[in-house]
Design a protein around this ligand. Structure first.
Ligand code: SF4
Length: 392
């Protein structure tokens, strides 16, 4: 696990807007605008002509080790506390007030997302990113300013919040900007789908058909169960209407079902409900809990050892898959699942928050297993975690 934040010192007037970190050769290639590039020199202090870099129009220099300079002709980040956090190709933001360096895009990561808002119109019992009601519309402009710094060879880019559709035209602008700079990248947008119950909000994204997959959580086939999990009256009906409105306009849809005490009773019926009523969806993800945010607070009403639902989960996943609906199991380790489920189980956890248990060190399937969220601990550990031998 490589965190997304660290701290560093700076010299000169560092830019507060995001910059692309590039090695000298790539920086000189001209693929990215020099005034948005920070030249990464690692620990190589010997042969760098800072004045030449300043004359070439680069925005900053980034050096892992401590600098003994008092001034620099070009703003400089140095003394990076955890030097592994920043690498060539990343997009970073530096906060001069406290020296925090945040990685907004990491080259080569198994998942990258644009975090677009903290606001949300739901309050799900297990939300890993509890919403805040602050005005964070500034984030849209920041994102519009650095989408051009993301590598063009990305197959997928996530967009997450909060509830991204609350940005209305702001989200539309972000999608259009991605189309311009990342024409071959599919956008995977997490949304509760409720705003799409209004057709006007679907029309706003007509231009995004085939560019976007809308990933929408539906927690039950029953109205009252979904509304309870979401903690919002009428959420079920709004989400169902939103899904049909999107489908009617030709959008791609993924359905997400989170596995916990409040939802598991209906899992078999839910699978049948999707098959009977939404056979048009592109993908169904059946997901283990992320022990973060509200999920931690509500552990007692949510936690079920995955070993206790593994058989039922396997049946529901294959029920859908066998009927032509592509289905995945996320966030459930392989040793907890029957072998029959393994072809559907994905390495689903983003690598910046992915850890493994000491038990995994000797496991023969570690490279195929999702492992755990870094926030997991003894209270969230299945009794079935056990190293898998090569003869299994
Ligand atoms: S022991 Fe670890 S790596 Fe192996 S299947 Fe279980 S959780 Fe995955």
């Amino acid at each position: 696990m490589l965190p997304l934040n660290t701290f560093a010192k700076s010299i000169g007037k560092m830019p507060t807007e995001p910059i692309k970190v590039l090695g000298l050769k790539e920086a000189l290639s001209g693929d990215f605008p020099s005034d948005q590039v920070g030249v990464f020199i690692g620990n190589d202090k010997l042969s760098v002509d800072f004045e030449a870099l300043e004359r070439a129009g680069f925005r900053a220099v980034i050096q892992s080790a401590e600098s003994n300079l008092n001034t620099s002709p070009i703003p400089m980040i140095h003394s990076i506390r955890n030097s592994g956090v920043i690498a060539e190709g990343d997009v970073i933001r530096f906060k001069p007030s406290n020296g925090q360096v945040s990685v907004l895009y990491r080259r080569g990561a198994n998942a990258n997302s644009l975090f677009v808002t903290e606001r949300c119109n739901s309050k799900c019992l297990m939300c890993s990113q509890p919403p805040r009601d602050d005005d964070d519309s500034w984030m849209v402009n920041e994102i519009l300013g650095y989408v051009n710094l993301i590598d063009k060879d990305m197959s997928f880019l996530g967009i997450t919040g909060g509830e991204p559709t609350l940005l209305e035209n702001g989200l539309s602008d972000i999608i259009l900007k991605c189309r311009e700079h990342l024409p071959n990248t599919k956008l995977h947008i997490l949304t509760n789908g409720r705003t799409f119950s209004n057709l006007h909000n679907v029309k706003r994204f007509d231009h995004a058909v085939n560019q976007v997959i809308w990933a929408i959580p539906l927690y039950s086939d029953l109205r009252h169960t979904h509304d309870y999990v979401v903690q919002a009256k009428d959420a079920y009906q709004e989400t169902i209407n939103g899904i049909y409105n999107l489908a009617e306009s030709g959008h791609l849809i993924e359905i997400r079902f989170v596995l916990h005490k409040q939802t598991l009773d209906r899992l078999p019926m839910f699978a049948e409900f999707i098959y009977r009523n939404m056979p048009f969806v592109s993908h169904v993800a059946l997901m283990g809990l992320e022990p973060m945010g509200y999920a931690k607070v509500n552990r007692d009403i949510l936690w079920v050892d995955p070993a206790d639902y593994a058989a039922e989960l396997t049946d529901a996943a294959w029920y859908l898959e066998n009927r032509g609906i592509i289905t995945s199991i996320y966030n459930v380790p392989l040793c907890v699942l029957p072998k029959k489920a393994w072809p559907l189980a994905q390495k689903s956890i983003s690598d910046w928050k992915n850890v493994y248990d000491p038990e995994c060190d000797s496991c023969s399937v570690k490279d195929k297993c999702c492992g755990f969220f870094s926030s997991y601990g003894a209270a969230w550990k299945s009794r079935a975690i056990k190293s898998v031998g090569s003869d299994f």
